[in-house]
Design a protein around this ligand. Structure first.
Ligand SMILES: Cc1cc2nc3c(=O)[nH]c(=O)nc-3n(C[C@H](O)[C@H](O)[C@H](O)COP(=O)(O)O)c2cc1C
Length: 190
């Protein structure tokens, strides 16, 4: 494959799942923002790391309460997610949109009713960088749609049910075509 060195740093075609982070504002109402710089780490158990750049209401609220929810964005949640990712939480009225929210099962965090996979997260450590902050979080609970836990349904069908949306540095949203290509280890014998 012929390759070229880019003249700028980019993660153009490197997919990332989208999550809506839910926090409570000072007045007790909920706020949600859209995030894709999310990944995982291991520290005795699975953890979530989240990078938030600049000054954001979501960041302020995470720093104030040390907890938030990360709600997987689905195809049907995408219009709401895009709205929440392009409107500033500091602006009054951002959350004046129809949105079905319930409470976390373990933490005091707002959870999106229609997200099929929700992490309830507690920040354990944070790393301040030049222009952003990384939050290393303990997963205090995973709320999963019941259908996703039904192992009599194929992985492919369950992924189709979850219908996650991914994005990449080229700033477009993509759906997944859940076509299972194999399982981990299928090629280990080479
Ligand atoms: C597709 C998409 C992905 C985003 N991912 C991130 C991210 O990972 N980190 C970040 O700091 N901001 C990210 N943003 C920007 C925030 O969603 C945006 O600043 C939003 O206003 C945050 O909500 P808040 O102002 O209510 O905190 C993303 C925006 C979009 C549209």
């Amino acid at each position: 494959m012929e390759k070229v060195s880019l003249d700028h740093l980019s993660n153009g075609f490197c997919p990332q799942a989208l999550f809506l982070y839910g926090t409570y504002k000072e007045d007790g109402t909920q706020n949600f923002g859209l995030f894709c710089w999310v990944s995982y780490f291991f520290d005795g158990e699975l953890g979530v790391m989240a990078c938030i750049g600049g000054e954001k209401l979501t960041k302020d609220r995470i720093k104030a309460g040390h907890v938030f929810s990360a709600n997987l964005v689905t195809e049907s949640l995408l219009p709401l997610a895009d709205y929440l990712g392009n409107n500033d939480g500091y602006e009054p009225g951002k959350m004046d949109v129809p949105i079905e929210v319930e409470s976390g099962a373990v933490l005091d965090v707002p959870v999106l009713k229609d997200s099929p996979w929700v992490f309830e997260l507690e920040v354990k450590q944070s790393v301040s960088l030049d222009g952003s902050e990384i939050f290393l979080c303990k997963i205090r609970n995973v709320l999963a749609a019941k259908a996703l836990t039904d192992e009599s349904i194929s992985a492919e069908e369950r992924m189709r049910y979850a219908a996650p949306v991914v994005t990449a540095g080229i700033q477009r949203y993509f759906t997944l075509n859940p076509d299972v290509k194999g399982a981990w280890g299928d090629w280990k014998e080479n």
